[in-house]
Ligand binder design. Sequence first.
Ligand SMILES: [Mg+2]
Length: 283
Amino acid sequence: MGAGASLAMSGIDMALWDIRGKAAGWPLYRLLGGGRRPIPAYAGGVALGYQEPAALLDEMAPHLAAGYRAVKLRVGDTVAADIARMEATRKAHPDVEILTDANIGYTIEDVRRVMPAMDALGIGWLEEPFPAYDHHLYRQAAGYGRTPLAAGENHFTRYEFNRVLEDGVIRIWQGDLSKSGGITECLRIAAMGSAFKIPFHPHSSMTGVNQAASIHLLAAIDNGGYFEADISTANKFRDEMCSTPWAIRPDGTVLPNEAPGIGVEVDEDWLRAHPAIEGPGYV
Ligand SMILES: [Mg+2]
């Protein structure tokens, strides 16, 4: 059971849940025992270009105006530049929740130096400072401060989350419905975390199908956290591959779709026109 098998299983599982919902005439959240409740969303993908603080605040402004009450900044640049962006964001927006994602770009020494600033600024989490297999580094980093460590988009099936649970240092789980084994497997992973009061904030890029499915799951689990709203300017898998998957509401929340199944229609002509290609295309 490697990552490739887990990704393939995830897609098949998601398709089967969609078929089941369409056969029953029920939206996915209802099939999963959930309710149509508002799910808080964060604006993900801000500062992807490691821009200067002023430009970052400009980039953030329309999203905060649209309703978002939480943003996720990319870190993993120099520690000094990361801290400057976080400080500028905190100063401009004292009430906005600031989350961070290093995309495995930190060394253990970077974390030792950045963690006091994250603690002082009240950062909500530090996501993926290291690759998933660096268990010992996560353990060491957890001793450097209070900001919780987050990970999960590169953990596959409940058997890898089992190790995370036993280690007890990653306290924010971010399994991905399209990677970690599907809707069925993410329900199991979320339930494992629920018994330990570990919140589940699914990683949800890149596709609109995955994003819509993630909202359904969040509406059906008892330890659900944020919906990761992909606010990148160009994402054809969100904007062209399927019908509109979700919409941000003025209070910074999203609602699961009401249409049967996942509630989005895939454009199969578009898929045929965009076949799989070889190469490192997945982010
Ligand atoms: Mg991430």
